[in-house]
Design a protein around this ligand. Structure first.
Ligand code: AMP
Ligand code: MG
Length: 533
């Protein structure tokens, strides 16, 4: 691997609205070595490395909202120079590319140094509104952290990350964003099913965007190595850059910060549970310090309600990252972060307080979800029970989560009937068999609504704001992937367009709000995914 240098790629000027200050590389110790030679990197948070050029970069899709935030106009986005920069073939002035160094607990076990094996940050800066944005290419070639892998990403997983990060944003769930999706023109070899049949697939690069890509694992690595000085430096930097509203100093500042990380994480997970998102790989290296959904891999969307479901075939045995366990896994992950931060505290009490703040925040948000999803002003203990009962029949009845809650808003409380959610049932026989249970639940629900005495239109409004009509169902993403693999990339933009307004009924777009078709029940990519990406 040849050494990368700041002059190793051509520079092209692109009009944009960012002022690059590259604060992380300015403030924190970097690796004295450049280039992608695989190695353990001690005493440094980042390693300088450049993207590796690709054969034929071509822009396949972009996010209009993200382009606007970063100040890229449509003409710039359509220019070949844009595809060059966001395909890794050129740099803009002011960038300082690097790969970041972090560790993590994977599936419950400490995994040592991991790092950005296929992500390369181009640079970070602020826009005119004062927002900080870091631009990061995923799939731009090897870094010191690539271990035995190639640093690349396939088109299918890049489409999934691009679409889902923007969809999550529009759903109101904290997430990293995506600016662009660039096809590389190079093939990437992957064994999609881990069955010894590796095959070439089209390659692609997503430009991810976030105020910070710092993860829990960033703090765990210096802790594991006993490098308390680096740990403290990283904490001080993170607070100053990413939590500038926090005041104070020393342990009390650290305690306030940890508590905020905990409550932000609770907000993120509560968002996932509300909309039926399963991350799939909640390892601590995939947990953002800002509480953003990060690292879209073998994630999935719940079709028929099932708290035990995980899309990740790599996790099929223990199903550690199943839908219903996400709140407790986030708590466990925060416990690993607390442990990593413990050398900065004389006493564990403030860290325990942060973990307790997570539990309290999540419990409150869960109640808020229950209230909003059922259209109540607020949820009391009896309402929590009402929701638990509903979850039970939804699971037993194999009922589509998204369609059921969206349809429930249309319930006529004077003549309650399952007809408003008829399209949510996957199996008519189950609906039949559970008829009495559903009727009993509807009676209880209507009684609760009557007792609340709120006008029906207010209830409907509340429910429609919490229960999306459109989510990037696994099979919808797969259809887009199949078309793009055949060369038709227009459906990527079409699906994104629908997902920009997930809470608004869109006449003419009913086909994006249907339950999973039968053919998709067991098809790879639609109900199960491997980590191969
Ligand atoms: P993930 O499970 O996607 O969070 O990845 C776990 C670790 O493997 C991270 O350090 C990634 O950067 C690294 N990794 C995953 N895929 C690749 C790849 N194709 N090339 C290099 N590193 C990779
Ligand atoms: Mg990761």
């Amino acid at each position: 691997m040849s050494g990368a240098s700041a002059t190793g790629l051509p520079e092209v000027a692109l009009d944009h609205g960012l002022r690059f200050d590259n604060r992380l590389v300015q403030a924190l110790p970097g690796d004295p070595d450049a280039g992608a030679r695989r190695r353990q990197v001690e005493g440094a948070v980042w390693s300088p490395v450049l993207p590796t050029p690709v054969a034929a970069p071509r822009l396949l899709a972009h996010s209009a909202e993200m382009a606007e935030a970063l100040g890229f106009d449509e003409a710039t986005i359509a220019s070949p120079a844009f595809a060059d920069v966001f395909g890794g073939n050129a740099l803009m002035p002011g960038l300082a590319p690097y790969a970041s160094n972090y560790g993590g607990h994977q599936f419950g076990h400490w995994a040592g140094q991991l790092g950005d094996g296929r992500a390369i940050t181009l640079g970070e800066g602020t826009n005119a509104a004062g927002e900080r944005w870091e631009l990061q290419l995923k799939g731009a070639g090897p870094t010191p952290y690539s271990r035995t892998a190639d640093g690349r990403a396939v088109l299918r997983s890049s489409i999934r990350e691009f679409l889902c990060s923007e969809a999550m944003h529009h759903l109101g769930v904290p997430t990293t964003r995506a600016l662009s999706l660039v096809g590389t023109g190079d093939a990437v070899v992957r064994d999609m099913f881990y069955d010894g049949h590796a095959a070439p697939e089209p390659g692609a690069i997503v430009c991810r965007v976030a105020p910070s890509f710092i993860r829990f694992g960033h703090f765990e690595l210096p802790y594991a190595r006993g490098d308390v000085a680096l740990l403290r430096q990283l904490v001080d930097f993170t607070i100053a850059r990413d939590f500038p509203h926090l005041r104070g100093a020393g342990e009390s500042l650290y305690a306030d910060w940890f508590a905020e990380v905990c409550t932000r994480t609770a907000t993120m997970v509560a968002g996932w549970m509300r909309v039926g998102f399963v991350h799939g790989v909640m390892n601590t290296d995939n947990m953002s310090i800002l509480g953003l959904t990060i690292d879209y891999g073998p994630y999935g969307w719940v079709d028929d309600y099932d708290p035990d479901w995980t899309p990740n075939t790599t996790d099929a045995q223990g199903r550690r990252y199943r839908f219903g366990w996400q709140p407790r896994i986030a708590h466990w992950n925060l416990g690993r972060l607390a442990q990593a931060l413990s050398p900065l505290f004389g006493d564990v009490a403030p860290l325990q307080a942060g973990l307790d703040a997570y539990a309290a925040a999540y419990a409150a948000l869960d109640r808020r979800n229950i209230a909003a999803k059922l259209g109540l002003v607020e949820a009391g203990d009896a309402d929590v029970e009402l929701m638990q009962r509903l979850h039970g029949v939804l699971q037993a009845g194999e009922v589509d989560m998204t369609l059921f809650f969206r349809g429930l808003a249309d319930l006529d409380t004077r003549a309650p009937s399952l007809d408003v959610v008829a399209d949510a049932f996957y199996d008519p026989a189950r609906r039949e068999a559970l008829g009495a249970e559903f009727d009993a639940w509807l009676q209880a629900y209507v009684a609760r609504l009557d007792a609340g005495g709120e006008p029906a239109d207010l209830r409907r409004k509340r429910m429609r704001a919490a229960n999306p009509r459109y989510v990037p169902r696994n099979y919808l993403a797969q259809q887009v992937i199949d078309a793009a693999t055949q060369g038709d990339t227009a459906p990527i933009g079409e699906l994104l367009e629908v997902l920009r307004r997930p809470y608004v009924d869109q006449p003419g777009n009913a086909r994006f709000a249907e339950r999973r078709p039968d053919w998709a029940r067991t098809k790879a990519g639609c109900s199960m995914l491997s980590c191969s990406s």
